[in-house]
Structures are given as C-alpha cells and as structure tokens.
Design a protein around this ligand. Structure first.
Ligand code: SAH
Ligand code: SF4
Ligand code: F3S
Length: 431
C-alpha cells in the first residue's frame, strides 16, 4: 500500500512527517512518488494562523477528485487534526480519518480500519509521548531536522501551539545523539535541533547548552543549528557555548513579537522590550558577525498606533537580518481571541505592510554588507536559475549562488561575496 504525505507548518511538522514515514515504512507501507499513485493521502497540518488552516482545507477538497477514480483514503494529521478532531470530517466530507500528534504510532492500524469503512478520529493527547522507539529516517541527503523536544508550556496568549502540541517534554539525549550520529554517518554534515523553546530543554542533568556541546562533538558533523529560542529562557551559558564552538552556526532566531511592554505582558511573553534589546546586544558582543532573525506580530488585540510604533522603532534599532512578520490571527481557545479590543483587519494589514517595507530595506542593507567577505558555503544543489551555478548557505543561513558544478553538492566551499540580489548572495570561488 502506498502513501503520500503533504506537509504544512513549521520544521517540527517536517520532522514529524519523517517520523510518520518511518512508522509507515516499518509497517509494510511504501512511499508514493506522486500523489496520484497513493492509496493513502496524509495532510500534516498547521493551525498557527487561520490562513494556514484555510489553505489545507482547500487542498483537501481539491484532492477529493482522486476518490472518483480509485479507492483512496484521505487522512489529516498534525496540529489541525489535534485542534479540530472529528469536526474535520464535517468541514470536509473527503476526510476519512484524523490522527493527533501523539498518536502517530497508531497510524498503521487506523489506516487499515479506514479501508474497512470506519471513520476514525484519534486525537488523545499523551503529554509524555516522545516516540522513544522510533529513529526517524531523514529524507534530505545533506541535512537533518532532529526533534529534541515536543509540546510547549509557554501559553503565549495568541498561540494555539500549547493546545495542539500538549505539554513540553524533552527527548532523551542519548536518542538525540544517536539520531545525530546516524544522520551524519549517512553523509549529512548539517543538523538542526528542533523544539518550540529549545532553551528549556532538560533531560536528567543535561541542559540545552550541554546538549549542543555534545551534538557538535559528534564525529563528522560540520554545522549545528537550532530553533526556536524564547527570550525569557536564553542563558549566558548558551551564548558562551555558541561563541566558543565553531560548529554551532552563528545564527540566532529569537522571536520578539512586539516592542511594547504592555503588549508583551498581554501576550504573556515574560520579558520587556529592553530585556530583549539587551539580549541582542549580548549576542552581538559575544559574536560580532552573528545573524539574528525574528518573528513579529502586527495588530495584536488592543495594540494602539503608539504601541505599534514601538515595535517598528525597535526593529529599526536592532536591524534584524531577516524577520518573519505576521498579522495577528485570532485562534479559538486562546486567551487573546477573547479580548474585546480586536484591532480591525485593515489596520492589522496596514501595520504589517509598514513593518515589511521597513524590514525589506534593512535586510537589503544587511545583504549588501556581505559584499567583499569570504564565506563558507555548504552546497545544497544546482541553482534554480542557472545550470552552471550552484546554491547553498552561509553558516548564518544566507542563500548564496556561485558558478560551480554538481560535484560540489554536499561540499563546503569558500567563496568571496561579489553581489547581493534580493535575498540571494552571489559569490566567486576563491582558489
Ligand atoms: N515557539 C516559537 C514560535 C512558533 S509559532 C517561538 O516562540 O519562537 C511561529 C510564529 O507564529 C510565532 O513566533 C508568532 O510570531 C506567530 N504566531 C503565532 N500565533 C499567531 C497568531 N495567532 N497570529 C499571528 N501570528 C502568530
Ligand atoms: Fe507559541 Fe509561545 Fe509556545 Fe512559541 S513559546 S509555541 S509562540 S506558546
Ligand atoms: Fe503550525 Fe503546529 Fe508548527 S500549529 S507552526 S505546525 S507546531
């Protein structure tokens, strides 16, 4: 029996799709190269914003056409499955089964029940689930996403994740290191450690900085990345470990969300704008070349123009290399969705656009500043635009394209940056 998985949402969902593939492969299923060859179509979904959910529902309705020509079952897994459960079957008549994020080990059974005409929704939360017996098979031949924890306890007032993913729990460090070791042994040189708040990783006496140290000591790994960090839990120890260890990439993703203290309090973020600013200063002091990226929300309930302006100004003062900017989207079940002072949609959109256009200029400037520097690129493939060029990333995650051949794929090559076009650096190999 063949399956096809379509994945939405964050890197954790990408990692979970690999987990699901591993579970299915171990149980006699086979991965289909194309959706139209599959007997089972799985949508691994995201609930973080309404838009993410609408897109998937549209896709499911679109793929229902396969049911006309053959016996295919459609399943929804991931955060939307967890949030909506059975309701999904009403929202889309094409959905045959729904499986929540802690129940993936039951998928083989559930799929077989679906073929016996049972409509199933299995979304129990298991706050201990870390899938200890499954070593996910990573799909990308060059880099691996390694889950180090699941769930989130922070309950930021706008966010659905603590409800869809359950309580925070850390995966055993021995399993994590084994996962890294296998990934590297199979030829990968880059590993990204994943969790909703990696700074609070704790397994027995191993904290996140110690885990990072151990992961970077795995023989053969060249680059260790991690995401994401919460400003309230970012320790000096982590900064120290990063600064002194050249395998840990000098890129930090640190969600700021807002530059206004009252909004940060209402978001339940647990830090002030000045605390955030000081963290950035500390990171840059310890690692002058570090790239810093962030997430920001425009139009959180009650946000006044003056409060928005503080976000705008703080982003200007900090100059992030890149920012993921969102307009606030109310999520049913979260505290902020109940606030009565919701900001009108057109104001949210206008603020978002102002943030985006300011950030575009800053990112442009940051990329221009790279010109003339020598950077190490991990080559990931042939450039999408030209057969005679290859593309890869700097340690701080900047896409770089330069003349080269397919033999360079998987290698680390030093290039001199000669230009920056949009969000892409152009390089020349230095000999
Ligand atoms: N755990 C990560 C964030 C995961 S969600 C962290 O705390 O850094 C990714 C981003 O989506 C968040 O940082 C936030 O900026 C955005 N987001 C979450 N819920 C949202 C909502 N209801 N509306 C708009 N953006 C939201
Ligand atoms: Fe959501 Fe906050 Fe948890 Fe991030 S830390 S997943 S924003 S609740
Ligand atoms: Fe989305 Fe779930 Fe990730 S809501 S952002 S897929 S944890």
């Amino acid at each position: 029996m063949k399956y096809f998985i379509e994945t939405y949402g964050c890197q954790m969902n990408v990692a979970d799709s690999e987990l699901v593939m591993t579970i299915l492969n171990d149980n006699g299923f086979e991965s289909a190269a194309e959706i139209f060859e599959a007997d089972v179509i799985l949508f691994n979904t995201c609930s973080v914003r309404q838009h993410a959910e609408d897109r998937v529902l549209g896709r499911i309705n679109n793929e229902m056409k396969h049911k006309l020509s053959r016996n295919v079952k459609i399943g929804v897994i991931g955060c939307m499955a967890q949030r909506l459960g059975e309701e999904l079957m009403q929202l889309s008549s094409g959905v045959d089964f729904v499986v929540g994020v802690d129940m993936y080990d039951k998928l083989p059974e559930i799929i077989s029940s679906a073929f016996h005409q049972e409509m199933l929704s299995v979304t129990d939360i298991n706050n201990e689930q870390v899938y200890p017996d499954i070593m996910p098979v990573h799909q990308d031949p060059l880099k691996a996403f390694v889950t180090i924890m699941r769930g989130c306890n922070n309950f930021c007032s706008y966010c659905i994740v603590p409800y869809t993913r359950g309580r925070e729990r850390s995966r055993g460090y021995a399993e994590i290191l084994e996962d890294v070791r296998i990934a590297v042994e199979q030829g990968r040189r880059e590993v990204m450690l994943l969790g909703q708040n990696v700074n609070s990783y704790q397994y027995q006496d191993i904290s996140f900085p110690l885990l990072l140290k151990k992961a970077s000591a795995v023989h053969g790994v060249n680059r260790i990345r991690f995401t994401t960090s919460h400003p309230k839990d970012l320790s000096d120890h982590l900064i120290e470990v990063m600064a002194e260890n050249e395998k840990i990439c000098q890129h930090f993703h640190l969600a700021m969300q807002s530059g206004d203290d009252e909004i940060l309090t209402r978001m339940n973020r647990g830090y002030t704008a000045s605390h955030y600013y000081n963290l950035i200063a500390k990171l840059r002091k310890a690692m002058p070349e570090i790239a810093i990226t962030t997430d920001v929300i425009a139009g959180f309930p009650g946000e006044t123009e003056a409060q928005f302006q503080r976000t705008y100004d703080l982003m200007k003062a900090i100059e992030f290399d890149y920012a993921y900017m969102f307009k606030y989207s109310p999520r049913t079940g979260t505290k902020a969705a109940l606030y009565t002072d919701q900001v009108p949609e057109e104001v949210r959109l206008d603020r978002l656009q102002r943030l985006i256009s300011q950030q575009e200029k800053i990112t442009h400037k940051k990329y221009q500043e790279q010109i003339g520097k020598i950077r190490e690129i991990y080559v990931e493939g042939i450039s999408r635009k030209s057969e005679s060029e290859v593309a890869g990333k700097t340690p701080d995650f900047k896409v770089t394209v330069f003349p080269g051949t397919k033999e360079m794929i998987g290698k680390f090559i030093n290039v001199k940056i000669v230009d920056a076009v949009g969000w892409t650096l152009k390089g020349e190999v230095i000999i």
